[in-house]
Design a protein around this ligand. Structure first.
Ligand SMILES: NC(=O)c1ccc[n+]([C@@H]2O[C@H](COP(=O)([O-])OP(=O)(O)OC[C@H]3O[C@@H](n4cnc5c(N)ncnc54)[C@H](O)[C@@H]3O)[C@@H](O)[C@H]2O)c1
Length: 351
């Protein structure tokens, strides 16, 4: 039986990703959409054949056909809406980043533990089959991780390029506007840095200390980060928004018995990463190839299966997301003070 999904928010990310993902998922159907912008909710609800259309979130939460809520609203509303959902007994797939402050995420942690609900944060790149392969290869084939280098460089030309493949995004004067993109640096850390940090955490675990430097010049916002992983491995990160070149994202992990590298594509191309895995044991290089590449659809199918205990949850859970938020706070503060920081000790907000 398919699980009923309610989408909160019919803005850009719902239109670019989640509405399609629900309509294509093998184990889910669109039980409801909800947006305060009545025109968006009505148009998209009708187009995607939602069983119900709501303008009031509490009413959607009272709908017994909605088992899982996808929270697709601005960052500062994630935690509040996630808490309401789990209090109503609904499972949650919430867009990244998990929230804007450690305090609010702590409250969510308390409420989630008391519930029987599953919560997952929408770091959809974890569901790219080639990156799933890389994750396994790092654990099983390359021995001790010695160092990782990872980069995420947005591109000044990417909107021209993605406009060609994305549907025209509908907007509305009635839409609830977030204010979380007013501080540009914090917005870049949350919007883009969260993907970079989650990729590191997924591949090699949490960052245990880091020192960052930041420069803004010619509208290029660049963070270079030096740090360490558990076990003492070296880490080097490059987060740059945006470069005068095409999108550039990837990583390389050096292990004592092998190496894994990945070139990751802009998500809107739905193209699996190019991953190369070399193993000393097999004296060969593997390049995984998979035909499934809609990470948003795979993410949804996986969270539904994990709620039903049919599979393991491989998406970002709340504790990992909290470490990710603390890591972004450490990058911000270290770049401001020049000190080496341990992410676990960080508190504060990134608004
Ligand atoms: N995974 C990714 O790669 C990716 C990419 C882009 C955006 N995002 C994330 O997606 C989230 C949403 O982004 P967006 O650009 O679609 O946001 P947006 O703010 O432009 O749109 C959100 C929509 O939700 C509605 N809304 C907000 N609060 C509501 C409420 N309480 N009740 C009913 N309707 C409500 C608004 O009216 C609006 O139409 C952000 O957190 C962003 O970081 C993720």
């Amino acid at each position: 039986m398919k699980m009923g999904v309610g989408i909160l928010g019919c803005g850009p990310i719902a239109q670019m990703a989640h509405l399609q993902a629900v309509s294509k998922a093998a184990n889910a159907y669109l039980a409801a959409v909800c947006d305060r912008a009545t025109d968006l909710a009505e148009h998209l609800g009708a187009y995607y054949s939602a069983k119900q259309i709501y303008y009031d979130y509490e009413k959607m939460l009272a709908d017994p056909n909605v088992d899982l809520v996808i929270i697709a609203v601005a960052d500062e509303y994630h935690v509040k809406n996630a808490i309401s959902a789990i209090k109503a007994g609904k499972h949650v797939l919430v867009e990244k980043p998990i929230g804007i402050s450690t305090l609010e995420v702590e409250q969510l942690q308390v409420d989630l533990v008391r519930s029987n609900c599953t919560l997952q944060v929408g770091h959809m790149k974890r569901f790219d089959p080639a990156l799933v392969f890389a994750h396994r290869f790092i654990r099983e084939e390359i021995g001790e991780v010695v160092a990782m280098k990872a980069w995420y460089c947005d591109s000044v030309i990417r909107y021209d390029m993605t406009d060609s493949v994305l549907p025209r995004i509908l907007s509305s004067g009635e839409a609830e506007q977030g204010r979380s993109d007013q501080n540009k640096k914090n917005y870049f850390l949350r919007a883009h840095g969260s993907h970079l940090v989650d990729m590191v955490q997924y591949m090699v675990g949490p960052i245990i200390d880091l020192k960052a430097s930041f420069i803004e010049r010619s509208e290029i916002n660049n963070w270079f980060v030096q740090g360490h992983l558990q076990g003492g491995a070296n880490l080097q990160l490059d987060l740059t928004i945006a470069i005068q070149e095409d999108w550039s994202e990837g990583f390389i992990v050096y292990g004592s018995k092998g190496t894994v590298s990945a070139k990751i594509y802009n998500p809107w191309y739905h193209k699996t990463a190019e991953v190369f895995c070399y193993s000393l044991r097999s004296k060969g290089r593997f390049q995984p190839v998979d035909n499934k590449s809609n990470c948003f659809q795979l993410q949804l199918e996986n969270v539904v299966s994990s709620i039903r205990n049919e599979t393991q949850q491989i998406g970002t859970d709340l504790d990992e997301a909290m470490i990710g938020l603390k890591t972004l706070l450490a990058i911000k503060q270290s770049a401001e003070t020049g000190t080496t920081l341990n992410p676990v000790e960080m508190t504060g907000d990134l608004l």
